[in-house]
Design a protein around this ligand. Structure first.
Ligand code: NI
Ligand code: MN
Length: 226
């Protein structure tokens, strides 16, 4: 499984012979300009954690161009179905076996209205099992006790956690979250994009390393293998 960081909370995951785009916010992100071109993204699936602008901005355009299937909660999937995109609706606690692997939609503590005011259901995260590996994509969330449910059923190889604070948990809570999900390898996301969520990289990485954990902060366009 290869994961490429596309800035903010946007990820491209290549696994099981398919390409999965997560929370595409590319064209509105100044940090990404000149580094990522949405024409180069050819996803088979677009995973959407919740309906906020900084997670859905490019879903419609990329989804239509590539005939990609939007996977999200029922409200978000229906919203894109009504716009002519293919969709697979899920909801919290549910799993589905896709042609690339299995996804489970899990709880997140956050909100999820669309920019136009449409109800975006309840926000979530995904657990992706594919090619014998398992990763947790938390979405925008606070630290929550529900994270303790995850290692009861999954042995994670990587947890992707928001670390920017203000809108989501910050680095200190993400460190606790890594205990809750029992995964010492963390990919940080949802930081530095806006003034509210700028973090100190060195200090953040050290907080994890002090506890024998790894916080990975990828450059935009950089990949890691799981
Ligand atoms: Ni959000
Ligand atoms: Mn967000």
């Amino acid at each position: 499984m290869q994961i490429t960081f596309l800035g903010h909370s946007s990820l491209l995951i290549e696994t099981g012979g398919k390409s999965l785009l997560v929370d595409p916010f590319i064209t509105g992100n100044d940090k990404v300009k000149g580094k990522i071109n949405i024409e180069d993204l050819k996803p088979d699936y677009i995973l959407v954690t919740h309906a906020h602008q900084d997670h859905i901005l490019d879903v419609e355009e990329i989804g239509k161009k590539n005939k990609a299937t939007v996977v999200s909660n029922f409200e978000i999937a229906t919203y894109y179905e009504n716009k002519g995109l293919k969709s697979h609706p899920m909801n919290h606690g549910g799993s589905w076996k896709f042609d690339f692997g299995t996804l489970k939609y899990v709880n997140a503590i956050h909100t999820s209205s669309f920019p136009d005011g449409t109800n975006g259901g309840q926000p979530g995260g995904f657990i992706l099992s594919s090619e014998g590996k398992c990763i947790y994509i938390a979405g925008d969330t606070a630290l929550t006790m529900d994270m303790k449910l995850i290692p009861m059923s999954f042995q994670l190889d990587l947890a992707v956690l928001p670390i920017g604070d203000n809108f989501t948990m910050g680095v200190d809570d993400a460190l606790i979250a890594s205990d809750f999900v029992q995964c010492p390898r963390i990919l940080g996301y949802h930081y530095d994009t806006f003034g509210y969520i700028i973090i100190d990289h060195k200090e953040s990485v050290q907080k994890f390393s002090k506890h024998g954990k790894e916080l990975i902060l990828l450059e935009i366009g950089e990949s890691l293998k799981v």
